[in-house]
Ligand binder design. Structure first.
Ligand code: DGY
Length: 309
């Protein structure tokens, strides 16, 4: 029997198996394995992860394709224009990972400012000598400006968390709109990027990677941040010039960088491994059980709808 739905992963929870009951020709094959390549010509739907880029050549090889589902909210690894031109639906998972992703951004921020990883390493090393007045101090956050790139659901959710810490959120948007953003716990201004950068003690990225945002935080943008600023990136790696960020960390111009995402991940710029005041996570933004189950459900419901249309 030829495979109608081709997934590179079993996903979390029951949703994919249930989809397989409704559409019995469901197959699992590792991305770009001989089995995956062989199944493409008959596939009507693909399920891929955010680390599995689909090309126009894949679409050529899959003439029966009706939908591509990605187990992520980000769609920067999919050929969106080509899908649109061929009438192939793109199904992603917006909404259900908003809080989980904002939580991991908050975790990175607190890990950096309260030096959580260093403190834990000190205790585990067995060399902790006890409480000391100036031990592992970091900057406080209350009363400081928190620049947020992107006023979509995750940006708003992070703003509520920053506000709860006593920070003042300010926003920049891809469409360069002015005015105010209602982030649920209050209102905050939308600023031009240079104005936002100049006042952000913390800068957190919550915009997608697109042609417009690729390289948005280049060296000259990063240099506009105040000395000691902290950058948190849970969006996509290509938005920041990583070498420039590392240079500024090494020079003591940046106070810290917390990353959940990297250009070219899972390969890392090797300089990150030696970089001072950097907290590095392995793309955990949506990694709660409830979130991953909800993502699978949303994805499979979307694929079912696309296959039946
Ligand atoms: C996504 O789903 O695109 C996020 O990067 C998960 O963290």
């Amino acid at each position: 029997m030829s495979i109608r739905i081709l997934s590179t992963s079993p996903l979390v929870g029951p949703a994919l198996n249930e989809l397989g009951t409704r559409f019995p020709e469901l197959g699992l094959a590792a991305f770009r394995s001989p089995e995956w390549n062989a199944a493409l010509p008959e596939a009507e739907a693909l399920v891929v992860l955010l680390s599995e880029p689909i090309t126009e050549a894949d679409l050529e090889a899959a003439p029966k394709l009706k939908a591509i589902g990605t187990y992520s909210v980000g769609v920067n690894h999919l050929p969106l224009r080509a899908c649109q031109a061929r009438g192939i639906a793109v199904v992603n998972t917006p909404g259900v990972l908003t809080d989980a992703t904002a939580d991991i951004a908050l975790a990175l921020l607190l890990a950096l400012t309260r030096r959580v990883a260093e403190g834990e390493a000190l205790v585990r090393s067995g060399s902790w000598q006890g409480w000391a007045p100036d031990q592992l101090m970091g900057p406080g956050l209350a009363g400081k400006d928190c620049g947020i790139l992107g006023s979509g659901p995750i940006g708003l959710a992070f703003a509520r968390r920053a506000w709860a810490l006593g920070m003042r959120p300010v926003f920049w948007d891809r469409d360069q709109k002015g005015g105010e953003v209602d982030f649920g716990a209050g209102r905050a201004p939308r600023l031009p990027l240079p104005d936002l950068l100049a006042r952000s003690a913390v800068l957190s990225l919550h915009c997608p990677l697109t042609d417009q945002t690729r390289g948005l935080l280049d060296r000259s943008a990063l240099e506009q941040l105040p000395t000691g600023a902290i950058i948190i990136n849970t969006a996509r790696g290509g938005i920041i010039d990583e070498n420039a960020a590392i240079d500024l960390l090494e020079a003591g111009r940046l106070g810290g960088v917390g990353l959940d995402v990297y250009e070219g991940e899972p390969r890392l710029n090797p300089r990150w491994l030696q970089a001072p005041r950097a907290v590095l996570l392995p793309h955990l933004g949506s990694a709660t059980v409830e979130t991953r189950e909800a993502m699978a459900r949303l994805l499979c419901d979307g694929l079912a709808a696309a296959l039946m249309s």
